[in-house]
Design a protein around this ligand. Structure first.
Ligand code: PPE
Length: 308
């Protein structure tokens, strides 16, 4: 999906024209992958654009930076306000928002300690990441030949730019083979997550998710929201070590992420999951999730942070 430019991007404290939001080719993070970012969505609500769980995303950005030892020169509340400014300035009711903190131009070499920390926030209109059809009918998932990063080798708790080499390799492999998305296993064969989404399965009526920190998966904010919704709807939710075959034998499976939202999984490695169509638990969760992001569920009103 090509990007649709908006007018302004926030860069290091000020709004610049979209086309002027450029960096030097010797930017440290471009060479070594030390950067942290977030993916956030704003949805149209009755009170204008509402950013879904903005404060939680900005907190995770700071936590990712803490893990990498990057000192972001803006407080969490500064960034919250900057995101609101960017969305307001865009005039969009709904958009995807991408804050990134990275090490700039200054010094080269693996010791980044003297590099300036730079930050930008852009937003643009972005439809369903895996497509509208995917949300309605489900995706074809393939287990990747690449394993997820071992948390002993890479700080998987951080949403860091360099980590996404692993995701890209798996994504391209899956897409070239004719699938929609890839699922990564840990080096010892446990289900971790997809290239940019967490995964859930329904087995014997229970909603199961992998224990994120031990399988090297990101602690998703969408996953957290879905767990809250599921418990409020009366479903039992548990963390569980899952094997590839637990996906093949699931009654239902779906993935969650800000960009992807809540997407049913129709098949895994060409084995139909359940009926091969979104099951009742997935559909119930989708329904409440899409109401919640639009500020339509009183219990979850606090999740929506308005920009005006
Ligand atoms: N795991 C990974 C690896 C991941 O990148 C994301 C978000 C998630 C899980 C779900 O997290 P959350 O968005 O808090 O529910 N991926 C972001 C970037 C995706 C991309 O392809 O780029 C996103 O969804 O915005």
């Amino acid at each position: 999906m090509p990007l649709t430019p908006t007018e302004k991007i926030w860069m290091d404290g000020r709004l610049v024209d979209w086309d002027d939001a450029t960096v030097h080719v010797l930017t440290h993070s471009l060479h070594y992958g030390l950067g942290v970012f977030e993916g956030i969505r704003a949805y149209q609500t009755s009170g204008g654009a509402g950013v879904f769980r903005l404060t939680a995303h900005v907190h995770r950005l700071h936590q990712s930076a803490q893990v990498l030892g990057i000192e972001i020169p803006y407080s969490e509340s500064d960034i919250v306000e900057a995101v609101k400014l960017v969305v307001r300035t865009s005039g969009l009711d709904a958009c995807y928002i991408r804050p990134i903190a990275y090490l700039g131009y200054g010094e080269m070499g693996l010791n980044p300690l003297s590099c300036p920390v730079k930050m930008s926030i852009a937003c643009w209109p972005w439809g369903a990441y895996l497509g509208d059809e995917a949300i309605k009918h489900g995706i074809r998932l393939k287990v990747a030949s690449w394993a997820r990063h071992d948390p002993r080798a890479m700080p998987t708790a951080a949403k860091a730019t360099g980590m996404y080499i692993n995701s890209s390799l798996a994504k391209v492999e899956a897409v070239r083979a004719g699938y929609d998305e890839a699922l990564l296993l840990t080096t010892d064969g446990h289900v971790s997550e997809c290239t940019g989404e967490n995964i859930f399965v329904v087995r014997r009526g229970r909603l199961l998710m992998p224990p994120t920190s031990s399988v090297g998966a990101l602690e998703g904010i969408t996953a957290d929201s879905v767990v809250t919704i599921a418990r409020d709807l009366g479903y039992e939710v548990a963390e569980s070590a899952l094997r590839r075959t637990d996906l093949y034998l699931a009654e239902e499976a779906f993935l969650t992420g800000t960009a992807a939202e809540v997407v049913p999984i129709a098949s895994v490695d060409d084995r139909r999951v359940g009926e091969g169509a979104p099951g009742p638990v997935t559909r119930a969760l989708q329904e409440v999730f899409f109401q919640a992001v639009r500020g339509e569920v009183p219990a979850y009103k606090d999740w929506v942070e308005h920009v005006t």
